[in-house]
Design a protein around this ligand. Structure first.
Ligand code: C5P
Length: 302
């Protein structure tokens, strides 16, 4: 007997932070090798997927009018990729996707990547495609370097372009005060700035040693002292608003780090009350907004 196809599916697509990011040189394909620590955050978009038999298209609806809804949106690209890959198993490709957008865009929080990963998971279920986790990871990587991580989630060490993932020991729930400047940074531009600032090959660290270091510092509980992002100095040198926000958070005496290629700066707090107290007394220095979130030891898609 055929199992009936589910009619609607609602998933949460969670933001990520990079607690550590080193750029380990350029590759023959033009990308850069990385060593990074990804962390799933509580902050999430919510996506509702519903079959739309009257159409063969994807219709995207968003609570945030500034979200581009056209074919360049990664949700659209994920839908198109599944259609191109599994067309003969998809009798009715029409889908309505409603997104409640909570993850700030162009902020280094991986919202577009998480939405794309959620789309792959949702359509795999709605269309009963039977793609396994390896298939999904491969498709995710086609969509972007950061798309595989939300499928794994929690705390993970990433190498290659960021897609070669190994889980790290879980970090106890930690509250983060995120300061989000009103400027975004394009990832491509950020890598270009890094290249311009580092024209010669310097001795690069061994990613396996960095992974061992992170396992050790998570076990010892003092990982917050090891947060680092290679992009931070090159981006702060070029974008004064981001530098001002970074300095303001640093001046509160807490460990801080930029996530991804910016522009969000994370302040690592000791408790929710600590984060709330800092947020209450905050005077904006560059039009930044503040969001309190916490680390989450779970998949990025739920
Ligand atoms: O993979 P994704 O589409 O997110 O990458 C966006 C851009 O960032 C790429 O076009 C590339 O210029 C740069 N990039 C890189 N090395 C990586 C990831 C991204 O150079 N590991």
């Amino acid at each position: 007997m055929d199992v009936p196809r589910p009619t609607t599916l609602t998933l949460r697509a969670r933001a990520k932070a990079n607690l550590f990011l080193r750029i380990l040189g350029t590759r023959p394909d033009g990308y850069h090798n990385l060593a990074t620590v990804f962390q799933t955050l509580d902050l999430a978009d919510t996506l509702e997927f519903r079959p739309a038999p009257a159409t063969d298209d994807l219709q995207l609806l968003s609570t945030d009018p500034s979200l581009p809804l056209g074919p360049d949106n990664l949700i659209h690209k994920a839908w198109r990729l599944l259609l191109d890959t599994c067309r003969e198993h998809i009798p009715a490709p029409g889908i309505i996707c409603r997104i409640d957008k909570q993850i700030p865009m162009q902020a280094g929080l991986g919202g577009g990547s998480a939405d794309a990963a959620a789309t792959l998971v949702a359509l795999n279920r709605l269309w009963q495609l039977d793609l396994d986790s390896t298939d999904l990871r491969t498709l995710a990587f086609t969509l972007g370097s950061d798309v595989p991580f939300p499928l794994l989630g929690a705390t993970a060490f990433g190498t290659g372009r960021g897609e070669q993932l190994v889980s790290l020991p879980p970090i106890p729930q930690t509250y983060l005060l995120m300061a989000i400047p009103p400027v975004g940074v394009s990832t491509k531009a950020a890598f270009g700035w890094w290249d311009a600032a580092h024209p010669t090959t310097v001795e690069l660290p061994d990613p396996a040693e960095l992974r061992e270091l992170w396992e050790t510092v998570i076990h010892s509980g003092d990982w917050a002292q090891y947060v680092h992002n290679d992009f931070e100095s090159v981006i702060c040198d070029r974008v004064p608003q981001i530098a001002a926000v970074r300095d303001a958070l640093c001046n509160r005496g807490i460990p801080t780090v930029m996530t991804g290629s910016g522009s969000t700066i994370l302040g690592i707090c000791t408790s929710y009350e600590h984060a709330a107290t800092l947020a209450q007394g905050w005077q904006p220095v560059a039009g930044e907004r503040l969001v309190i979130t916490s680390t989450l030891n779970s998949s990025g898609i739920q």
